[in-house]
Design a protein. Structure first.
Length: 232
């Protein structure tokens, strides 16, 4: 790929393609670039600033992907129907999550980055495995049916105290539980999930009635975002 700065749909439907090394000369990954492939591990260099819609659509083999740090948009249908996707870390500069971006994947937990302002329709729809998602207060727009057909055990942790005007009244059509003002309710956003492993980066916390510094001592495996504290 020497001298080439973009990847088009040339790999689409190459079901025997299981791995690829993307050089740092690449800045753009085009629409449908790796759709219907059998990739298992994808590392996208930070030179890439744009990934078009459906680029990793309909990948059914289990796979992991590392997105570039400078990515600002999760394009529409980027991972649509990719049932091999179980975990994702979105770059911190992402401001928009496109329609159906993660629809019908197999994500279990999702953390929306602090700079996201817009989540488009059906972005997390039909994910029957999704159990928790954290949405920061930066998000001013959530479109219709974002959590369509969500699992009954899904818990939505929102940093806002109530539904903002820009959140469609039917963003959560099945009425899955929403924990508003999640930070005040001591639901930590900086839990990082990797497969079945949970990692904690302790924030500064103020706990009413406690003396000294509260620290995390354990995570309740039955309620992923619950935690216990002790006084020191």
């Amino acid at each position: 790929m020497g001298g080439v700065n973009s990847i088009t749909a040339g790999f689409m439907d190459h079901t025997k393609l299981t791995s690829i090394e993307i050089p740092e000369t690449i800045t753009i990954i085009g629409e449908n670039a790796f759709r219907l492939t059998s990739l298992t591990n994808v590392v996208i260099p930070n030179s890439v600033t744009s990934i078009a819609q459906s680029a990793f659509r309909e990948i059914t083999t289990p796979f992991t992907i590392t997105l570039p740090n400078n990515l600002t948009t999760i394009s529409a249908s980027l991972f649509y129907n990719s049932t091999g996707l179980t975990t994702i870390t979105m770059p911190e500069y992402v401001w928009r999550i496109g329609s159906s971006a993660f629809e019908n994947t197999r994500l279990v937990h999702a953390v929306v980055p602090n700079n996201v302002r817009q989540i488009e329709r059906t972005a997390f729809a039909n994910i029957t495995t999704l159990r928790s998602i954290s949405i920061p207060s930066s998000v001013t727009t959530v479109e219709v049916n974002v959590f369509q057909n969500a699992h009954e055990d899904l818990r939505i942790y929102a940093e806002t105290t109530s539904r903002p005007a820009g959140w469609n009244v039917n963003f959560n059509p099945l009425g899955r539980p929403i924990i508003w003002d999640a930070l005040a309710n001591r639901q930590p956003r900086n839990l990082q999930f990797s497969g079945t492993q949970l990692q904690w980066q302790a924030p500064e916390m103020t706990v009413i009635g406690a003396t000294g510094t509260p620290v995390v001592t354990s995570i309740d495996p039955e309620h992923y975002l619950s935690y216990f504290i002790r006084r020191i």
